[in-house]
Design a protein around this ligand. Structure first.
Ligand code: WQD
Length: 337
């Protein structure tokens, strides 16, 4: 019996692949490599010490995806595959809506055909919009501020409605906060294309000298030091949250939304100082104006994950900074060989 990981060669997918295998379950990875590299699968195999079944398949290609279900006994699905760049989603909304929703429709159709009922969805704290009602609880009214976020919100609603009409379904909507860091080996990590949008990969490229300095987007927010506050969690903790969700889904029916976050908010400058401390270096930065679309503060109420999944994040901000830098140092050009 295997867990099907769509987008399993990506940053979170590859880390989850390793934790599922560590938990004694089998995996089958499908990925079209639009946002990832086949080299990540080689690195995963190097870490786990054996081959991992993977297919170069686009989740919107029903014929190709059907072949995966025909060739493997799938007993649950973790759906990571999707476009995820906020800025690009604003520029190309139809590409995001088509890809991120069609992939879910295709998966649900094949799961019905092959009798697969457990669906773990890669959602995001972005569904909470710019709400100031922190810590975010799962029953907080949701609303999004960009097409990427709306695709997450819409997928959640599609899955809720589908599970209501198909009572055999077990759906877990995992709302990630800000995953950072890398596997302790430094063999896999976050490998964004071009200039990173997200904070940690940008910090790592400044530390490596690839970028000149960090631009801190605003220090006039209503936060302790004026810079944006987020709930950063180690990607390995996040991956282990998926293992807990897969096990939970086996004995559960219906739909549950669950935050995966530490419940602790750290500012941009908190992260900068932790990075400097963890890696014994100085990080040059300048204060720039706020980035449009950013909120002041976002962090999770992680009670439900503890109660339902028995999961809490274990790693510290210094752990995240150390492991992120270890990946960057060993892979200055990411997965490019
Ligand atoms: C974190 C903080 C920035 C870069 C995004 C997506 C969200 C999710 C996670 C997918 C903020 C500040 C950043 C920089 C900075 N992705 N910052 N200089 O915006 O919280 O969330 O990634 O689900 O959907 O929106 O993460 O890392 O971009 O920003 O000062 O060069 O760092 O203002 O306060 P964000 P981020």
């Amino acid at each position: 019996m295997s867990v099907l990981l769509t987008g399993g060669a990506g940053y979170i997918g590859s880390h989850t692949c390793i934790e599922i295998l560590n938990a004694g379950m089998d995996v089958v990875v499908v990925d079209n490599y639009a946002n990832s590299s086949p080299i990540a699968m080689k690195r995963v195999e190097e870490i786990v010490g054996h081959e991992v079944k993977h297919y170069a398949v686009d989740c919107c290609d029903e014929a190709a995806l059907r072949k995966v279900f025909e060739e493997n006994k799938i007993d649950s699905v973790v759906h990571f595959a999707g476009y995820k760049a906020v800025g690009e989603s604003v520029r190309k909304p139809l590409m995001y809506y088509k890809n991120n929703l069609d992939s879910t429709f295709t998966l649900l159709s094949l799961m019905k055909e092959f009798g697969v009922t457990d669906f773990i969805f890669s959602s995001s704290a972005t569904v909470y919009g710019l709400s100031e009602a922190v810590p975010y609880k799962e029953d907080l009214p949701t609303g999004c501020i960009n097409p990427y976020g709306w695709t997450k919100f819409m997928n959640e609603q599609i899955l809720r409605d589908y599970a209501f009409a198909n009572p055999e379904m077990s759906v877990v909507l995992l709302r990630y906060f800000n995953p950072i860091g890398a596997h302790e080996s430094g063999l896999i990590g976050d490998d964004p294309e071009g200039i990173p949008n997200n904070l940690m990969p940008y910090v790592c490229q400044v530390a490596s000298g690839k970028l000149e300095k960090l631009h801190v987007f605003g220090n006039d927010y209503p936060t302790p030091d004026g810079t944006g506050v987020r709930d950063y969690l180690h990607v390995v903790d996040l991956a282990q949250g998926h293992v807990a969700a897969i096990k939970y889904a086996k004995d559960h029916k219906g739909t549950e939304a669950i935050n995966l976050g530490t419940g602790i908010g750290y500012s941009v400058l908190d992260l900068v100082h932790a990075f400097e401390e963890a890696n014994d270096l100085t990080l040059p930065y300048v204060i720039d104006p706020r980035r449009p679309g950013d909120g002041a503060t976002s962090y999770a109420d992680s009670t439900k994950a503890k109660e339902l999944l028995g999961w809490t994040a274990k790693k510290t901000l210094v752990d995240m900074c150390r492991d992120a830098w270890n990946w960057q140092k060993k892979n200055p050009r990411g997965y490019e060989e």
